[in-house]
Design a protein around this ligand. Sequence first.
Ligand code: G6P
Length: 615
Amino acid sequence: MCGIVGYIGHREAYPIILKGLKRLEYRGYDSAGIALYDGADIKLSKTKGKVLDLEARLEKEISTKGTLGIGHTRWATHGVPNDVNSHPHYSNSGDLVIIHNGIIENYESLKKELIKRGYTFKSDTDTEVLINLIEDVKKNENTKLGKAVQIALNQVIGAYAIAVFDKNKPNEIVVARLGSPLAIGIGEDEFFIASDASPFIEYTKNAIYLEDEEMAIIRRDKGVKIRKIKDDSLVAPYIQELQLNLEQIEKGGYEHFMLKEIYEQPSAILDTFRGRLLINEAIIKMAGVEDNMKRFLNADRIIIVACGTSWHAGLVAEYIFEDLARIPVEVEYASEFRYRNPIITENDVVIAISQSGETADTLAAIKLAKSKGAFVFGVCNVVGSSIARETHAGAYTHAGPEIGVASTKAFTTQITVLTLIALRLARAKGTISSSDYRHNLIELELIPDKVKKALESDEYVKTIAAIYKDVHNFLYLGRGYNFPVALEGALKLKEISYIHAEGYPAAEMKHGPIALIDENMPIVVIATKKGHYEKVVSNIQEIKSRKGKIIGIVTEGDIQVKELADHVIEVPETIESLSPLLTTIPLQLLSYHIALMLGKNVDQPRNLAKAVTVE
Ligand code: G6P
């Protein structure tokens, strides 16, 4: 996820683009850059760091003159965040310049072809490949920029929102989208381009939101012409009048970042397996795993280290790895592990899970494991973060920036990555039959749509939140794969509503928590059809006979729990190992609504930090 901005019109482009980038920094903030056309040439400045760093550098480096320009704030996907990998990127001739939000999956094969044809590359990015592909098409086919962009995009697999201009045609910008957002602001003989409308809201309320597989040629003198990328057909522009204010736009129209991030999960999970889960070939492709396959296959055990929500994802992974790949797993709080004098050998594989990639305890645990000779693999969200750099190899979650302190999409995308790894290892070890393997892949591919379905419970969850918002204690119970979900559900509630909540394995209830149960205690029980269902139903009966209030998270069409529980929230059916990706959704929503009803600061709960960089 990155932020893109562009301007073509009669005003100075630089201040508009700079301010726009600052507003889009919530979309990514590891590097930034701007390219301006000054009337004769393209002037470009970019840097690792925040937009403020860019501002300091750019104003020293280049002239800020010009009424045409594009800017970018980056959330790295290919290539570490550094000056060279920052956008915009030039084509080899220096005539074309591009900004891009998204991932070009087949960039390696396109790059090889271009290298054969004499192109050279300065950066490690997929974006530089795309701009040279456009240049190559433009030259070979002798076409205009718009047509070249169209032909090039038809060769591309992946997701993108792009803006490109040609210094020889400084009257137009070409934009296109597939899978990443792109809005065009329409002014009086001036046009704005941005990932959302926040950069141009004070200049115009009229906007066109490009649909997937559409491109637009925006000309200073002639306006906007939209075409379908695939078949070149013209699309009548639909101009909307924006009703949102600035803050609402940054939050995508949601009241809070947390809610936005909860709702982003279908697309975040899709982004996590995009290009990795190749369903037709029944292949899982993850370079970090392939390159180190021997280390994984020879591992005596896997030790997972993490903190907070990431630790809960690690617990889910323990079930997945042991179940599918038959590798023994231990899950450790990084803070305990690092001080325990743990036994680590060269045959251990340590997986460190961290959204931010900066958690001090996790980082220290990694260093310790490395010093003992273990192979350390990172699962991080923030590209180029300390943990991503400190580990021997890794896989990013590609969830995009998570701003809400209470982690939501990071959790489900971590589970997605870990599932992919476990399945890949299971296949390599032969611990899964090819039909089960295929079945797992198919089910995983269906998850984004099923998460969407699970999100439909939102209104009903809100009514449950209204009933229980004033209680002082909550209990969350789950078994097997859904025990970690119970822990995560309880953590979410604690974090943002400050209500005391505990997660327990359902059967452990008898060894203590059952003493707490009376008619005032709400108990969330995850009771999906696959996985110890009958046992959980017995636990529910035990709660009922002690008058506890039961909120069941059940599989669509459930009958038994419905009869016993006070409320049931349905989630779609899936295989047991993937059920945490669905059962966690209503629990996120429940904590969100309760906190909101109690008037708490949902995105920035008291005493908590998004990244804990101290031990
Ligand atoms: C903090 C955050 C949690 C997060 C934990 C681990 O406590 O508030 O949301 O789960 O750190 O962070 P990490 O970035 O390593 O996943």
